[in-house]
Design a protein around this ligand. Structure first.
Ligand code: FAD
Ligand code: EPU
Length: 335
């Protein structure tokens, strides 16, 4: 069913109003084909949970909301399970269900908002794990031909918050299901500093996947705003990768700058630290601003406009470039 002239705010976690010309919700590839046959248009955006998008203006095309459900075991043995999940399933609910069924590998990705379908598109990541680590394959619907295609790990071209669906195949495919290989041996990954200290505080020395999930949930709740209370889309910028010589230059003025070595020549710097150090953290301008606990997150306090958030992101980009010589990239998908 297609609705005309819809306010997109409730379909996104920024909760920012913009009129969308047509909006269709589909629960199967059959329904998706039908909608596209009845409403042929070149301008299409697909949404899952709307937790990584910012609408800066009204949209004259068709927004499709993916609600394809279903969790099916494809293969199982004593050590692992291969599970195919409908792209419209809620990501965090799938994580919780996996933990309760004893399937490990995605506990570090607890409480990330949004849908299963966006997880490979974005190569979601948190606390030392990325979706590519458990990814097996996905099926996707070609908007131009109406045919479904399977993409394996190599075909997805995963990178940091990147995949082929954000680059060469941007806007061409709708992901309909994702297949993950999860483990039953539970090799927990607590290497990310904050998890270890959270477990220590609770005196947990031999953590289960549920303990790790609980720790991740408490850390996230302590610094990230709950979109139900304050509109946001998580990190607005990516963490930049710079050369070690560029880092050295910044260290002359800021010896305390945190960095994570990637290889002999390059390091990743937390953009949150750069934005915080530049004095933006907690800054509020009317109904929008920079979150008080995490400088990477831009927020809508009430009635902010998409363009205001975008303009703020541009002011931050320009300031960081001027102060540190580092070009930040937006992580959120701007429409
Ligand atoms: P949407 O916002 O609906 O869509 C995002 C993009 O993917 C759009 O370009 C859309 O067109 C495309 N897309 C969506 N579904 C499909 C599909 N089925 N087929 C093809 N393209 C599709 N992300 C992290 O990686 N790590 C985090 O720790 C993290 N923390 C967050 C915390 C908060 C509070 C919030 C609000 C967001 C956070 N995010 C994080 C960002 C967000 O949760 C992820 O990017 C998530 O995968 C987005 O899912 P979604 O279904 O909401 O995608
Ligand atoms: N920091 C500050 N001030 C801030 C924020 C961060 O100084 O306001 C510094 C601190 O030194 C901190 C470091 O930045 O130790 C890293 O901060 P944090 O652990 O919060 O992680 P992040 O790099 O800011 C990334 C992801 C998050 C993900 C966390 C946990 C990106 C763009 N963001 O944030 O993902 O949850 O790591 O793994 O990579 C998202 O993508 O939406 C998202 C929230």
């Amino acid at each position: 069913m297609i609705k005309a002239n819809v306010d997109i705010a409730p379909y996104t976690t920024f909760n920012i109003s913009a009129r969308v010309k047509s909006l269709g919700i589909f629960s199967s590839t059959h329904e998706l084909s039908e909608i596209l046959e009845q409403h042929p248009t070149k301008e299409i955006t697909v949404l899952g949970g709307g937790s990584n998008v910012l609408f800066t203006q009204n949209y004259e095309g068709l927004v499709l909301v993916n609600r394809i459900k279903g969790i099916a075991i494809v293969e199982e043995d004593d050590s692992s399970v291969v599970v195919q999940v409908g792209a419209g399933e809620n990501w965090h609910e799938f994580v919780l269900q996996s933990i309760s069924r004893g399937w490990g590998g995605i506990e570090n990705l607890s409480l990330i908002p949004g849908s299963v379908g966006a997880s490979p598109m974005q190569n979601i990541g948190a606390y030392g794990v990325e979706i590519k680590d458990v990814f097996q394959e996905l099926t996707a619907f070609n908007i131009a031909t109406g045919k479904e295609k399977t993409f394996d790990y190599a075909a997805c071209e995963f990178g940091y918050r990147e995949s082929i669906f954000k680059k060469a195949l941007k806007g061409k495919y709708i992901i309909t299901s994702v297949t993950y290989r999860l483990n039953k041996a539970h090799i927990v990954n607590t290497s990310y500093g904050a998890i270890e200290s959270e477990l220590e505080n609770k005196s947990i020395t031999n953590p289960t996947i549920k303990d790790v999930s609980d720790a991740v949930i408490s850390i996230r709740q302590s610094k990230l705003p709950d979109p139900k209370k304050i509109g946001n889309a998580g990190s607005f910028f990516k963490n930049p990768v710079v050369s070690k010589s560029a880092l050295k230059k910044i260290q002359e003025i800021h010896p305390d700058i945190p960095s994570y070595s990637l290889d002999d020549d390059r390091v990743k710097i937390p953009a949150g630290w750069l934005i915080d150090t530049a004095g933006w953290k907690g800054k509020r301008f009317g109904d929008y601003g920079v979150h008080t606990n995490q400088a990477l997150v831009l927020v809508n306090y009430d009635n902010a406009k998409g363009q205001e958030i975008y303009d703020l992101s541009q002011r931050i980009l320009d300031d960081i470039k001027e102060r540190f010589g580092i070009h930040l990239e937006r992580e959120v998908n701007v429409i």
